[in-house]
Design a protein around this ligand. Sequence first.
Ligand code: ACO
Length: 328
Amino acid sequence: MKKIAIKGTGSYSPERVVPNSYFEKMIDTSDEWITTRTGIKERRMIEKGQAMSDLATLASASALQMAGFSADQLDLIVIGTSTADMLSPSCGCIVQHRLGAKKAVAFDVNAACPGFIYGLAIAQKFMQDGSYGKALVVGGEIISNRIDYQDRSTCVLFGDGAGAVVLGHSNGNDDGEILGMDIESDGDLWRLIHVPGGGSRIPASHEMIDQGLQYVKMQGNETFKHAVRTLVDSSRKIIAQQGITSDEIDWFIPHQANIRIMDAVAEKLGIPTEKVIITVHKYGNTSAASIPVALDEAVRSGQIRKGDLVLVSSFGAGLTWGAALFRY
Ligand code: ACO
């Protein structure tokens, strides 16, 4: 089986910065509540008219440039997103077109926040037998137009963004390697986070819009508990599979949903705060983008260096969850 390495990372966060004070004018909330209960100070949101493929294409071009590959060398494009430009076709096909990745096969994975980790797992399987040589995996989301700005328990949490990695076969000692992957789901818990309208169950209609069914519905408290449990379980599974201890992990990138979830998970795993990459204060919860954006920023700032052992883990609507361990 061939070893798979991350050859390049990229990300794009929209330029519009939305501070907590923005919400104070609309709903009964405060910068103090949002900061202490979530760790979020601001988030990025798209300008009207921008779509998922705009963000994903920019993040992908940046990852390709770091990898030193051209788009026409790609064999596979997997986009983890639940907010594609249109219901059909996939965001993957639009990104393929925008990049000019003529020979790639492209598709989306709708796995909410762990969509990027699901994408990594799929790409790894395609590439392990050598039949696919180079892959682009993107995690991205535009949630700013899926939230109800009257629902104070959800609207303050989310932001928009996209992150990408380019994968290739590892060619040796200092080239890194994806070591372990775990992806899981529990459909019994689908009601915890869902967007009821706009699909085949409740198609778009004036009535659907009037009832606000196009917006994210979330049971925050319940989700919080499952988040901590699944992030810890999935991470522990990989740590055990690989026969390592948590001391050996150089960097931990948990899903950037809420600083209290991240702190609780790191503590349970015995990973000190200094080793946890945190971006939630400036981007909020960007769903599938959260891990690849944090990864790209940590690589570009020189925090994560060649040879570092990195653990990432995420959870989200579905419920879905998963973790990956790789040597960068
Ligand atoms: N401002 C002020 N008060 C608020 C706000 C707000 N923005 N939101 C909720 N409150 C109030 C509630 O109404 C409640 O008031 P009450 O006691 O008078 O009823 C009080 O604050 C406490 O509410 P809780 O829901 O218990 O607050 P909690 O501390 O649990 O924080 C939060 C809520 C931030 C949503 C938290 O539960 C959380 O982060 N959950 C996980 C959510 C998550 O990570 N989702 C990821 C989904 S990923 C995906 O797939 C997109």
